[in-house]
Design a protein around this ligand. Structure first.
Ligand code: DC
Length: 239
């Protein structure tokens, strides 16, 4: 019997390798990969570019009405990238300026409602792997496979540093460490959908796993869960 398509929800702290795993799973399984953090980053970029006073809910609601987000496949790069009002903003959304503000912006109720509604629509046909902070708890509470990723804090700092150093050789490791600590704090303590492990999420600590080991482990979980997919129209089924 061919494997049935499921929803895979990956949550966890910043720089645990969520997107690396999610991308590889997407490729191996022929699933759509959606980086939900890129959506919050693109919204933050819009707010910064347009000097939106996002501490004012009315200004925030107005600004959101002018935002259109989509993921488009980029032939040259062979991956999909996030578009903000039809502009490919992938090159800008990982700047420190955006990273410094994204946790604040993503804690805003109206911002989350806008992003989550769009994310839920993307999962309607299954065959999707989405990574973020609230995917298994809020976006797809009925996902067949939920993974909560974690890794040793210093391993995470080094990973993020290397990633950022590739595009900005002036990056300072202390700034990276401070940014990660602050984001962990805001992401886990905010009122709206704080980062937490769903009760039925599998904990994956990848501090000592190679990418290949991790992928094989997770593909095994996918095979198990694909044997018992939840009905497509049963996304609100409880137990
Ligand atoms: O995964 P990332 O580091 O690119 O995410 C950027 C920020 O967006 C992160 O600090 C928290 C927020 N985020 C969120 O609140 N919910 C998600 N589903 C994804 C990201």
């Amino acid at each position: 019997m061919p494997m049935q398509k499921i929803i895979i929800a990956i949550d966890g702290y910043s720089s645990c390798g969520k997107s690396t795993l999610a991308k590889e799973l997407g490729r191996r399984l022929g699933y759509h990969y959606i980086d939900s953090g890129a959506m919050y980053r693109a919204i933050t970029l819009y707010f910064l570019r347009n000097s939106v006073n996002y501490s004012d809910p009315a200004a925030t609601i107005d600004a959101i009405a002018s935002i259109h987000l989509s993921f488009e496949f980029n032939e040259k790069e062979q991956r999909s990238s996030i578009h903000l009002n039809d502009e490919d903003v992938e090159p800008f959304i990982r700047d420190m300026l955006v990273s410094d503000k994204v946790s604040e912006v993503s804690a805003i109720k109206e911002v989350r409602a806008f992003a989550v509604a769009q994310q839920k629509r993307m999962g309607r046909r299954k065959g999707i792997v989405m990574d973020g902070r609230d995917i298994g708890t809020t976006v797809f509470p009925e996902a067949e496979l939920k993974i909560f990723m974690t890794a040793d804090p210093e391993v995470r700092v080094m990973r993020r540093f290397k990633e950022m150093y590739a595009t900005n050789p002036h990056i300072n490791i202390e700034d990276v460490r401070h940014n990660l600590e602050l984001r962990d704090y805001i992401d886990t303590t905010r009122e709206e959908s704080p980062l937490r492990r769903a009760d039925d999420a599998i904990l994956l600590d990848n501090s000592n796993l190679t990418r290949e080991e991790q992928l094989e482990l997770v593909l095994g979980w996918v095979a198990e869960r694909s044997a018992h997919p939840h009905p497509v129209n049963g996304l609100s089924i409880k137990n």
